[in-house]
Design a binder for this molecule. Structure first.
Ligand code: SF4
Length: 172
């Protein structure tokens, strides 16, 4: 069975071109449309944000963030070009594996939207103390929205705000 992704081109964006992260970004250009795999990715990635109509799927993992469109894939928060190339190879292998195993996966076109970053931000202490490992409370709010951070990473967070955030994050 042929792989879904057999060829691709990689372009690296230097730090400074990746907004606010200080890390590299990677753009992968594909010669063929891979959107047929998106419902299968959506089924196996419970935290992904999927827009079936516009054919986009995004998700965040502890190290990298991913954004896929039919003929391109973007990976952000990459440390350097070598890590970028390794992340692309890993992503391509993962997509091909899921595509080849699609007979065992029930595809999902369920749309998910991440909780609004501003609503999360309003419940944070907003002191930019950096104890969470992020440069600002806004950056931490964005990571929470994408499922890439945990509330426990913010020591100054008061129990009442923590409970409200738990409900907000669980509602999406
Ligand atoms: S630990 Fe909490 S208060 Fe400090 S920067 Fe992170 S989110 Fe903001």
């Amino acid at each position: 069975m042929p792989d879904l992704i057999e060829k691709y081109e990689i372009q690296m964006a230097e730090p400074g071109c990746s907004v606010g992260t200080g890390r590299w970004g990677v753009l992968v250009t594909l010669p063929n449309d891979i959107s047929a795999v998106f419902p299968y990715l959506n089924a196996v990635l419970p935290k992904a944000s999927y827009d079936h109509e516009n054919q986009t799927i995004t998700w965040t993992e502890p190290e990298q963030a991913y954004a896929l469109r039919p003929t391109e894939m973007r990976i952000s928060r990459v440390t350097d070009p070598a890590q970028g190339r390794a992340a692309v190879a890993e992503l391509v292998a993962r997509i091909n594996r899921i595509w080849n195993e699609r007979g065992t996966i029930t595809p999902s076109t369920k749309q998910r939207k991440p909780p609004p970053v501003m609503e999360i931000f309003k419940l944070l202490p907003r002191t930019n103390c950096r104890q969470c490992g992020y440069a600002t409370c806004m950056a931490f709010a964005a990571a929470l929205s994408q499922g890439a951070a945990k509330l426990e990473q913010c020591p100054p967070l008061m129990p009442e705000a923590q409970e409200k955030l738990r409900i907000l994050l669980a509602s999406n």
